[in-house]
Design a protein around this ligand. Structure first.
Ligand SMILES: Cc1cc2nc3c(=O)[nH]c(=O)nc-3n(C[C@H](O)[C@H](O)[C@H](O)COP(=O)(O)OP(=O)(O)OC[C@H]3O[C@@H](n4cnc5c(N)ncnc54)[C@H](O)[C@@H]3O)c2cc1C
Length: 416
């Protein structure tokens, strides 16, 4: 088995891994490799052929492949070593990374620093416990997207979508444009977990009904799906008898949540946050294991890829600083989730350093403000007409506000 020394190993060649690699090289790390299990870099963006990417970062609406192509091009200009078709099997606490590929066989990298950028995966049917038969025709929305956009295959003709996350919304429009009839999008919660622009552009523009506070209570079909039953739910999310509606359909797409892909992180001894299912990190995006950093959807599920790239540039620069022996070190402040806030990242920060806090509101808040407080003293406040769980809240916090503080700060929602 080959063992190779590298300053930096990046696991995953999606937008997060690419941005981390670009920033690390620009910060002077010559000896780095990006390991990507697919045959091409670009991550999930390769199958997202709709536009809407890059408004913040590039000031224009790009498709997913166009957005990824810009980073791949920059990576090429910088001469980054991107090894596609290479699956990472394990990352150890001492930063030994084991991977396998057809060309190289089993290889071990002994790395000075590691950046985890493995992205996330979709919650499958098994995680829902929906009753019914185990027939064909039930897909996650991302799997259907891969069939349609990359393989040129049509999963079905009469479609119901369970869950109103962005992938489900995008697929409602995509399947319609491909000639399918999308009968309904069904959402358990009283609000959509997708971006508002996607509800308008993917459902409303095509007359596809969105049933909030509803769920699928039965899946029917022997070989292939023949129909589903949908019912309204009460405040405890239990189906209300008498509200059942039957849909004759051959396809059910699930868009019921994304889970950071953290199997490798767990084996590396990285502490995970129950709120995000991603690593617990400090403001340099360093995990609980020294020299192992995390960014992108493996750290927390983002709404916009622009934020993924921004965060990952930061991780690349931080890994470069670690390799130069300039680790932030010292005591950190805990960043706690307060009222109405779920999963603030980072969970720890070095007092006195500028940081951008990101989180998902726990519900819909109108005319509200997000605040950061330490012992009752307000450090920052940001108002908005509406905060929703579908859109990540982003709050910059100046280092001067936390200088000299000890203990913890709390991020909360306040209704005006
Ligand atoms: C359907 C869909 C629609 C979207 N629409 C929009 C939109 O309109 N606008 C927008 O801004 N954002 C959108 N996004 C979000 C955006 O695509 C993501 O935020 C972004 O792709 C996340 O980047 P990432 O690098 O963290 O993860 P990914 O893109 O998932 O990349 C992770 C990479 O890691 C690799 N990997 C994982 N495990 C291993 C391993 N063990 N070994 C080697 N490689 C590994 C994977 O193969 C993958 O290439 C959408 C996402 C989806 C799924």
């Amino acid at each position: 088995m080959k063992e190779i020394r590298k300053s930096l190993v990046i696991v995953g060649g999606g937008p997060a891994g690419l941005a981390a690699g670009i920033a690390a090289r620009e910060a002077g790390v010559e000896d780095l490799v990006i390991l990507e299990r697919e045959q091409e870099a670009g991550g999930i963006l390769r199958q997202c052929i709709h536009n809407g990417f890059g408004l913040h970062r590039h000031g224009e609406e790009l498709t997913g492949p166009e957005y990824a192509a810009r980073d791949i091009e920059r990576a090429r200009e910088l001469g980054l070593d991107i090894r596609c078709g290479t699956t990472v099997l394990s990352v150890e606490e001492n930063r030994r990374v084991t991977c396998v590929s057809r060309q190289e066989g089993l290889t071990v990298y002994a790395a000075g620093a590691v950046i985890l950028a493995m992205g996330c995966r979709e919650r499958p049917r098994g995680a829902l416990g929906t009753p019914g038969t185990r027939c064909a025709g039930v897909y996650t929305a991302g799997a259907a997207q891969k069939f349609v956009n990359l393989e040129g295959l049509m999963p079905g003709r009469r479609v119901v979508i369970l869950g109103s996350g962005d992938i489900g919304l995008i697929m409602a429009r995509r399947m319609t444009l491909q000639g399918a009839q999308v009968l309904a999008c069904v959402e358990l919660m009283p609000y959509s977990s997708g971006l508002n622009r996607n509800i308008v552009q993917c459902l409303e523009d095509y007359g596809i009904p969105l049933y909030l506070r509803h769920t699928v209570i039965d899946i029917r079909g022997r070989e292939r799906l023949t129909g589903v039953t949908v019912a309204e739910v009460d405040d405890q999310r239990k189906p209300i008898p008498g509200t059942e509606m039957d849909f004759d359909c051959d396809t059910l797409l699930l868009s019921v949540g994304l889970i950071p892909e953290n199997e490798l992180s767990v084996r590396a001894g990285v502490a995970l946050s129950p709120a995000t299912s991603g690593a617990v990190v400090d403001d340099t995006l360093q995990t609980s294991v020294p020299g192992i950093f995390a960014c992108g959807n493996v750290l927390h599920v983002h709404d916009l890829v622009d934020y993924v790239s921004e965060e990952s540039f930061h991780a690349g620069r931080a890994a470069a600083a670690f390799l130069r022996g300039e680790d932030a070190g010292g005591e950190t402040l805990a960043v706690l989730d307060g009222e109405g806030v779920r999963g603030v990242v980072p969970q720890r920060l070095h007092p006195g350093r500028d940081v951008t806090l990101m989180f998902r509101p726990a519900g819909v808040y109108k005319n509200a403000a997000v605040t950061v407080k330490a012992g009752g003293v307000e450090l920052a406040r940001k108002k908005a007409l509406v905060f929703t769980p579908g859109e990540m809240a982003v709050l910059p916090l100046k280092g001067e506000k936390t200088a000299g503080l000890t203990g913890a700060i709390t991020v909360s929602m306040e209704v005006q």
